[in-house]
Write a protein that binds this ligand. Structure first.
Ligand SMILES: [Zn+2]
Length: 359
């Protein structure tokens, strides 16, 4: 049963299942919402339902028949996912510049869409990050959407729907996707991936509503080692001289650089900052409550309590704000090294001192 596998997103699911029940499915949908919350997963479940050989009912595919399995494995001839391809890494900064969906990719769909389905009942084209189409690709897609073939369903996904051509948007029915509550993610990690409760709690918090991110982290063995690295670094930085704080910034970029060969560096830096945020949040919470139950890093309670006593609530509050600020700056594609240097100086308590001596 394909919908049971989706975590959260009750509203989009209700909307789509109602459309299936009343046979009022639109010919094009725009799934709009933050990255990694399940937009493509839902689009694939919809494609499975439309092509299932043994559906549970008119609103739900079985998830196990030959057709459903082929769609899940990405080798059903009638269901295609079109995406902007590999992320390109920019050498100068950790900020990624993304590739785009090209006119060739859209033309290929245009040709293919006019043939009848090969195996299934309905062709489904899923355009991931649809706002990243080139202008010519967007215009070509618009032409298809103006006269869509009857046996075709288009699903566009986007984290930034405002960046789409308004003419494309107006031809799609928009389905809003939201962040998934941490509690729902924690439960899913425990039940579906057998992640131990404490770790599930940490991962669910770090994922910040993005269920795909939580599952990716759970599958990643390096995560535990990385968390240890970040917490050890945070501990050292708390009372170090400015030179050491600057080295810590360098250290973070080097880690991201080394691991970034497999992943995107910007994402890794973001993850480091998320870990730091959770860490300082815990120091603050400990300082205020002295309750182990209130911690996210319950498994590190001893370390948290030891570090928390080194500063006041006000200091930990300032650290939380500093990490949040650095995160915002990086999201706005600021210079990563500078942002991290300022952050580390602030965390070490040297930034304010530095300012005071200057004034
Ligand atoms: Zn099926």
């Amino acid at each position: 049963m394909v919908w049971n596998r989706i975590i959260g997103q009750e509203r989009p699911l209700t909307l789509l299942r109602n459309a299936l029940r009343t046979q009022r499915l639109a010919h094009a949908y725009l799934f709009a919402g933050p990255p990694n919350v399940g937009k493509t997963t839902v689009a694939l479940a919809l494609a499975q339902t439309l092509n299932c050989l043994d559906p549970v009912d008119e609103t739900q595919g079985c998830g196990t028949c030959r057709s459903c399995r082929k769609i899940a494995h990405g080798n059903h001839p009638d269901v295609r996912v079109v995406n902007p391809g590999q992320m390109e890494r920019s050498a100068a900064s950790t900020v990624a510049s993304r590739a785009s969906i090209s006119i060739e990719q859209v033309r290929e769909v245009e040709v293919d869409a006019h043939y009848r389905p090969l195996e299934g009942r309905r062709k489904v084209y899923i355009f991931e990050s649809a706002e990243q189409m080139t202008v010519s690709a967007a215009n070509a897609l618009l032409k298809i959407l103006e006269e869509p073939p009857r046996t075709v369903l288009f699903v566009l996904t986007s984290a930034n729907p405002a960046a789409l051509l308004s003419t494309i948007r107006s031809r799609c029915q928009e389905v809003p996707f939201g962040l998934v509550p941490a509690e729902t993610i924690r439960e899913a990690l425990e039940q579906r991936r057998q992640v131990p409760p404490q770790r599930a709690q940490v991962l669910a918090t770090l994922a910040a509503g993005r269920v795909g991110r939580a599952f990716a982290l759970a599958a990643e063995e390096r995560f535990v080692a990385r968390r240890e690295q970040v917490y050890a670094l945070a501990e050292q930085v708390l009372s170090c001289p400015p030179v050491r704080a600057l080295q810590a910034a360098e250290q973070i970029l080097t880690w991201a650089e080394e691991e970034g060969k497999q992943e995107n560096r910007a994402l890794l830096v973001e993850e480091f900052l998320e870990l730091l945020l959770v860490w300082f949040r815990d120091l603050l919470v400990w300082r205020e409550t002295h309750s182990r139950e209130m911690l996210i890093n319950r498994d590190e309670a001893e370390r948290v309590s030891r570090c928390a006593e080194l500063g006041s609530s006000a200091r930990w509050q300032q650290c939380v704000r500093a990490v949040q600020l650095a995160r915002q700056q990086l999201q706005r594609q600021a210079n990563a090294q500078l942002a991290l240097e300022v952050l580390m100086l602030t965390l070490s308590g040297n930034w304010e001192k530095g300012l005071r001596t200057e004034s």
